[in-house]
Design a protein around this ligand. Structure first.
Ligand SMILES: [Zn+2]
Length: 273
């Protein structure tokens, strides 16, 4: 790491560059497409906010900004981020999700967590740099596990007590320091349901920008114990059979995809018998 970083060394948007314009928990969709131009948003930024370079896509630079929510133009359509990312097939969901994570990290690290000085652009890397401490504040990623627990021909679905969403989903939680992802699976299932699991097997992952999780999806088999719910985490949980499920998350989420994959695994196993 050198001390070559200076404010403004990093890329700045040009008038016609593409901009992901966020406003609170919404993305501002312009009259067409999903990106604004810098000239459309540059005078409407939240105080203290600045354009942050996301990357180069389709030979164009993409930036993210936060726009003052009272300052919407008539053509701006505020779309909730969850809707844009999960239920709008026309949205470039991966790019928007990346932009959201970068924006949160950038705004949350304007000051050094060690000495309190203002951090600045780094000349080379996407990081916020404290000249005083000579340390970088990289984008935060929080690994989380999410798991389908199988018991013979059924599997466990649970309803969170923390959200008002009506659907059933999977057991999930943050990986803690010093823990492997598999240990986190074992611990989370035990803490939330009182069950022990075996045969923990990795399936797939998904970035989850609410605000900066990386979801690691697993299957596991029931080993022992009876369902005893941790009430501040789960409102309800039960074993369900493929083809006879309560409302579950959409297939744009890793939870939805893991549930479908487990249904297929069980049905295929049945067909093979
Ligand atoms: Zn510092």
């Amino acid at each position: 790491m050198t001390q070559s970083a200076r404010v403004g060394d990093w890329r700045r948007p040009g008038e016609e560059d593409d901009i992901v314009a966020l406003s609170g928990s919404n993305i501002l969709q312009p009259a067409s497409g999903w990106f604004q131009r810098w000239s459309d948003v540059k005078n409407r930024l939240v105080a203290g906010s600045e354009p942050v370079f996301v990357g180069r896509f389709n030979d164009r630079d993409l930036f993210v900004v936060e726009v003052v929510s009272e300052d919407l133009r008539s053509e701006d359509q505020p779309i909730p981020l969850r809707e844009a990312l999960l239920s709008r097939p026309d949205a470039p969901a991966a790019l928007i999700g990346t932009a959201v994570q970068i924006q949160h990290w950038w705004q949350d690290h304007r000051f050094c967590g060690r000495c309190g000085d203002q951090t600045i652009y780094h000349a080379v890397e996407r990081t916020r740099w404290c000249e005083n401490c000579e340390i970088s504040w990289h984008a935060r990623l929080a690994p989380c596990v999410i798991v389908v627990v199988r018991r013979d021909g059924r599997f466990l679905l649970a309803r969170s007590s923390r959200t008002r969403r009506h659907y059933f989903s999977l057991i999930a939680g943050f990986v803690e320091p010093g823990e492997s992802a598999e240990e986190a699976v074992r611990r989370e299932v035990m803490e939330e349901t009182g069950l022990s699991v075996i045969n923990i097997r990795y399936q797939a992952s998904q970035p989850w920008p609410f605000p900066h999780q990386l979801m690691l999806g697993y299957f596991a088999d029931y080993d022992a114990g009876e369902l005893i719910l941790q009430e501040d985490e789960l409102a309800d949980a039960d074993w369900f059979e493929p083809g006879n499920l309560p409302p579950v998350p959409p297939s744009t989420t890793i939870a939805g995809r893991l549930i479908s994959a487990m249904e297929s695994e069980i049905m295929t196993g049945r067909a093979a018998k």
